[in-house]
Design a protein around this ligand. Structure first.
Ligand SMILES: *[C@@H]1O[C@H](CO)[C@@H](O)[C@H](O)[C@H]1NC(C)=O
Length: 258
């Protein structure tokens, strides 16, 4: 052991490389929901050295430090979007409560050894924070008359969310993948920093159709289904489709995508 430490210091002096102290693993989740809490861990191996400090940063701003020499050893600094639960934080972890969209960012753990080496090691990862409203997407544009085989001109818009949710169209149970049927629009930003995604559908009109739009974000899905059918008088059958909405089904599904 003694020899190993000596070798370690010698290497440090000559190489200034991170051989002695090393971070053996940080765990920073890459995706959390607004309102949740999170525990981030930072595991390090001092290789015989003494711990001087562990510091945590969000986007280069320090929000937590642990220094065993101080009484108490823990200190937190005010950083927007970061609420440290001191009781659940320690020399190897920080616990953050009530995540907001401001909590998204690059988190870094930095570990330093005491003199004489003052050697340090760090590791970082980005955490995204998402939000999705409980509301289902809206479908608009099916109210007017369509000629048979004329393409539909309908839009599906998600409720507000961050980041913009992915949208899917399903026609009669089939996921639409035909690019010429789909019209992509830029997500619209709302004043509170959320987004509304919109996807247009230009599928050919048919006498009976079941249209479903699904908004997907993280492991959440919101969907709306509409059933439409013709109300044509004889002789006019091929002329126009008077699309009548029978009923609208909407539901909220919380489910794993995979
Ligand atoms: C669909 O949304 C786009 C973008 O917001 C808009 O320009 C277009 O008029 C909408 N179409 C219908 C049928 O609502």
């Amino acid at each position: 052991m003694q020899l190993r430490i000596i070798v370690c210091y010698l290497l440090l002096i000559y190489l200034e490389a991170s051989i002695c102290l090393q971070i053996v693993g940080v765990s920073i989740p890459n995706l959390k929901q607004r309102g949740e809490s999170v525990t981030m861990t930072c595991d390090y191996d001092l290789e015989g050295g003494k711990l001087y400090s562990v510091k945590w940063y969000k986007d280069n701003e320090e929000f937590y430090r642990y220094m065993p020499r101080l009484k108490p050893p823990q200190h937190s600094h005010r950083v927007e979007g970061v609420k440290v639960d001191m009781e659940r934080s320690s020399a190897r972890r920080v616990h953050l409560r009530d995540l907001t969209l401001k909590s998204r960012g690059l988190y870094r753990c930095e570990v330093s050894e005491e003199a004489p080496s003052f050697h340090s090691a760090q590791s970082e990862a980005f955490m995204e924070v998402y939000y999705i409203s409980r509301e289902n997407p809206r479908i608009v544009g099916y109210e007017r008359l369509y000629q048979i085989h004329e393409p539909l001109d309908v839009n599906c818009s998600s409720a507000k969310a961050f980041p913009p949710p992915l949208l899917e169209w399903h026609v009669d149970g089939q996921l639409v993948t035909e690019p010429s049927w789909l019209i992509e629009y830029e997500p619209a930003a709302t004043s509170q920093g959320f987004f509304i995604s919109t996807l247009g559908l230009r599928a050919p009109a048919k006498p009976h159709l079941r249209l479903k739009c699904v908004a997907i974000l993280a492991n959440h899905k919101r969907e709306r289904t509409i059933f439409i059918q013709t109300n044509s008088s004889p002789g006019q059958l091929e002329a126009s489709l008077d699309l009548i909405i029978i009923f609208i089904v909407s539901n909220i599904i919380y489910q794993k995508i995979s």
